[in-house]
Design a protein around this ligand. Structure first.
Ligand code: CMC
Length: 391
C-alpha cells in the first residue's frame, strides 16, 4: 500500500512531539515535566501539578498563590449554563451530563476567544480547570435532587469540590483532612498520561482549529468507555460482583477464557508492561483513607487478594498485566461517599488539565498540521451504478 504504515490502535505510531509527560512502560516510570509521579502525588498539591503541566515548571510561592487565586475566581458557572443542565433527565448518567455541559460551554466562550492568542488560550485553561469541579458536583446534585451548592473560594481545590458535593443549604460539610488530601492525590494521579485515547481525541479535534471547550467535550466522550476512564466504575462493579475472596478463582478463570469477553477491570495497560506507578500510590492512599475513616470494606480484601493471585498467575505474568490506576481508586471514592457513576466524572475533572495542556502545546506549535490518519481501503471498487428501480 505504498506510502503509509498500517497501525490499527496506534500501537507503534507517535502522533506528536511533546515535553509534558514521559512514560517508560517497561520500567513503570511516569514523569511530568521530568518529575516522578510519586514525588508529585505525595508532596505537591494538584494545583501545583496543574501549574507544572501548563507552564513547564513547578511554581514558587508567589506564582502558586497567584495561580490559586485566579483558579478560584473562575469557579462559578454562568447561570444560563445551569439552566441547560436542568434540561437533562434527572437519571442521566453524570458523564452524559458532563460531556453535554462542557460542550455547551463552547456556546458561552466562542466569539471572543481567539485561539491563536496565547493569553486567550491561558484563560480557556483557567476556566476549564476552575469550572470542572463545579460541573462535576452539579451532575451529582442534579442526580440526587439536591440544590446546587455554589463554590467557596476560601477552600482548597479538593475541599471545595467535597463541599459542593456534600454540603447542603441546611448543613455545612467539613471535609476530613485525610479525605481532602486523598481527593487531591486522586486528581494528581489522573492529571495527565500523554497520548492516551482521550488526549489524542482532544488533539485530533483541536487540530482543525475547533473551539477548545468542544474539544474537551470530545475528550470526555472518549474517556467514558470502560477500556479507558470508565474502568474505575467498571472495576468497582466487578469487585462488588465478585463479593468475596472465595469467588476470586472463578473470575480469574473467566478473565483467562478466550471465549468469555470478561476482563479483569483495573488490570492491564497499553503502555505499562510493569507496575503502574500510579496504582502503587493509589493502594497506599486507599489504606490511609480506610484506616483514618475506620472503614472495614470487604472489597479491599477482595482487591488485595485478586491482585496477589493475578500477579502469581502465569496468564497475567506472561502478558505483563498489572493493576492500573483504576484498580484501587474506586474503593477510596466509595469510602468518601461518592457514588460509582461519578467515578469517571472525577477522572474527567482531573484529566482536564492534561487535555488542555496538550491542546495548548499543539496550538503553540507553528508547524502543527490537521490530524488526518490514512486507511487501507478493503471494500469493493468500480461497481456499475443501477437506479433505484433496477436494484
Ligand atoms: N484481563 C484479562 N486479559 C487481559 C486484560 C485484562 N484486564 N487486559 C489485557 N488482557 C489480555 C488480552 O486478552 C490480550 O490477550 P491476547 O494477546 O491473548 O489476545 C492481551 O492481554 C493484550 O491485551 P490487548 O487488549 O491487546 O491490549 P491493549 O493494549 O489493546 O489494551 C487495555 C489495554 C487497558 C484496554 C486492556 O488491558 C484492558 O481492557 N484492561 C481492562 C480495562 C482497564 O482497566 N482499563 C483502564 C486502563 S488505565 C486507565 C486509563 O487508561 O484510562
Amino acid at each position: 500500500h505504498g506510502y503509509f504504515t498500517f497501525d490499527p490502535g496506534f500501537l507503534s505510531t507517535a502522533s506528536c512531539e511533546s515535553t509534558i509527560t514521559f512514560i517508560n512502560g517497561s520500567q513503570g516510570i511516569l514523569q511530568h515535566r521530568g518529575y516522578a509521579i510519586d514525588d508529585l502525588a505525595k508532596n505537591a498539591s494538584y494545583l501545583e501539578v496543574c501549574y507544572l503541566l501548563l507552564y513547564g515548571e513547578l511554581p514558587n510561592k508567589a506564582q502558586y498563590a497567584e495561580f490559586s487565586r485566579i483558579v478560584s475566581e473562575h469557579t462559578m458557572l454562568n447561570e444560563q449554563l445551569t439552566r441547560c443542565l436542568q434540561g437533562f433527565r434527572r437519571d442521566a448518567h453524570p458523564m452524559a451530563i458532563m460531556c453535554g455541559m462542557v460542550g455547551t460551554m463552547s456556546a458561552f466562550y466562542h466569539d471572543s476567544l481567539d485561539i491563536a492568542n496565547e493569553r486567550h488560550r491561558e484563560i480557556a485553561a483557567y476556566r476549564l480547570i476552575s469550572k470542572m469541579p463545579t460541573i462535576a458536583a452539579m451532575c451529582f446534585k442534579y442526580n440526587v435532587g439536591q440544590p446546587f451548592m455554589y463554590p467557596r473560594n476560601d477552600l482548597s481545590y479538593a475541599e471545595n469540590f467535597l463541599h459542593m458535593m456534600f454540603a447542603t443549604p441546611c448543613a455545612e460539610y467539613t471535609p476530613n483532612p485525610v479525605v481532602a488530601k486523598a481527593m487531591d492525590r486522586i486528581f494528581t494521579l489522573h492529571a495527565d498520561h500523554e497520548q492516551n485515547a482521550s488526549t489524542s481525541t482532544v488533539r485530533l479535534a483541536g487540530s482543525s482549529g475547533a473551539n477548545p471547550f468542544a474539544c474537551i467535550a470530545a475528550g470526555i466522550a472518549s474517556l467514558w468507555g470502560p477500556a479507558h476512564g470508565g474502568a474505575n466504575e467498571a472495576c468497582l462493579k466487578m469487585l462488588e460482583e465478585i463479593g468475596s475472596v472465595e469467588r476470586i478463582p472463578e473470575f480469574i478463570d473467566r478473565a483467562k477464557d478466550k471465549d468469555d469477553p470478561f476482563r479483569l477491570m483495573g488490570f492491564g495497560h497499553r503502555v505499562y508492561k510493569n507496575h503502574d506507578p500510579r496504582a502503587t500510590v493509589m493502594r497506599e492512599t486507599c489504606h490511609e483513607v480506610l484506616d483514618s475513616l475506620n472503614i472495614k470494606d470487604p472489597l479491599l480484601d477482595v482487591a488485595m487478594e485478586l491482585e496477589r493471585i493475578a500477579l502469581e498467575d502465569s496468564y497475567f505474568v506472561e502478558k505483563k498485566l498489572y493493576p492500573n490506576v483504576d484498580f484501587y481508586s474506586g474503593i477510596i471514592l466509595k469510602a468518601v461517599g461518592i457514588p460509582t457513576n461519578m467515578f469517571t466524572v472525577i477522572f474527567a475533572l482531573s484529566r482536564t488539565v492534561g487535555w488542555i495542556a496538550h491542546w495548548n502545546e499543539m496550538m503553540s506549535d507553528e508547524g502543527q498540521k490537521i490530524g488526518r490518519p490514512r486507511q487501507l481501503y478493503v471494500g469493493e471498487i468500480d461497481k456499475s451504478f443501477n437506479g433505484i428501480e433496477d436494484r
